[in-house]
Ligand binder design. Structure first.
Ligand code: SME
Length: 149
């Protein structure tokens, strides 16, 4: 099964899973679990925008840092820029926040508000224990998943 095949299955599974659910924590919990299990990533989870920082939300994987300031690390930068960031080698990203020494590459995708679709309300952060795990295929499907929630 190719990565794209897995994402196609994942996307249809998530659509069914979250249909009609309005509680964000419930949605984020099951979306994180479904992505994590289907794709076999090292760490998969959400940080929610609360005030002027990101706060750890539902995730799968090892424990992680709980608060990230605006513009800090990959997550805070994706929030500030309101765009997906792919990091092939975390050691080359200035200001990367190392929650785990095992993490080698990362993708962070913003989740936008439902009302105006402009405000970032959370980010989806995925870490891999391998270098250069994430590419345009991940970006396309993960952005689509984040658009559903
Ligand atoms: N590496 C992230 C922090 C979160 S952990 O990877 C789970 C960052 O630089 O923002």
């Amino acid at each position: 099964m190719t990565k794209e095949d897995k994402y196609v299955d994942l996307l249809s599974g998530i659509k069914v899973l979250i249909e009609g659910e309005t509680d964000m924590i419930a949605v984020m919990s099951n979306v994180a679990a479904e992505i994590h299990q289907t794709m076999g990533f090292w760490w998969t989870g959400f940080y929610r925008v609360i005030g002027d920082e990101l706060v750890l939300g539902p995730f799968q994987g090892p424990i992680a840092c709980m608060h990230i300031a605006y513009g800090r690390g990959v997550c805070g930068t994706a929030w500030k820029k309101s765009e997906t960031i792919i990091v092939p080698d975390v050691e080359q990203f200035p200001g990367h926040i190392a929650c785990s020494s095992q993490s080698r590459s990362e993708i962070v995708v913003p989740v936008f508000s439902r009302d105006d679709n402009k405000r970032v309300v959370a980010v989806l952060d995925i870490d891999s224990e391998h270098l250069s795990t994430f590419d345009e295929t991940d970006r396309i499907y993960l952005e689509e998943i984040c658009g559903l929630i």
